[in-house]
Design a protein. Structure first.
Length: 148
């Protein structure tokens, strides 16, 4: 179990690197990586400002990139690591992708899927929350404090 936690933290740190890249680009600092069989196949961060596209969330970018890497639309046997709880849109897309596991850092009481659409993920998807939660939350708080 401790090995799994170490692995989750290692991959979440990679997602945090993506979130920091978003922060540096003045995007909401959410980062994501998709891991398949112990290999990162996709990494992404929010691009909504740069692309002027409300759907360009980190998870959506990672799903598209990961599916392209695997050559199909499904992400079975893959895990998404994302710094903030997915929104309803992203949870729906993750559900359609049939991803095996979702690991997120900080919850999102305002827009997170667990509040509005807790059944959006595929029924077999395993969810782990709170991995490096403090670091993930701190980056978001720092970003929004700077905006005010």
């Amino acid at each position: 179990m401790e090995d799994n936690l170490k692995k989750d933290e290692e991959y979440m740190r990679r997602a945090l690197m993506e979130a920091q890249a978003a922060f540096d680009e003045d995007e909401i600092p959410v980062g994501a990586v998709i891991v398949c069989r112990d290999r990162i196949i996709s990494r992404a961060h929010n691009l909504t400002e740069m692309l002027t596209d409300v759907t360009a969330h980190a998870e959506m970018q990672a799903i598209t990139s990961g599916a392209n890497m695997l050559g199909g639309k499904y992400l079975k046997d893959c895990t998404l690591y994302v710094t903030v709880e997915p929104c309803v849109m992203c949870a729906g897309a993750l559900g359609w992708s049939q991803i095996s596991r979702v690991v997120y850092g900080a919850g999102d009481e305002k827009r997170g899927y667990t509040k509005y659409a807790p059944q959006a993920l595929h029924p077999k998807t395993i969810v782990t929350s709170g991995v490096l939660e403090d670091e993930c939350r701190a980056l978001m708080q720092q970003f929004f404090a700077r905006k005010r």
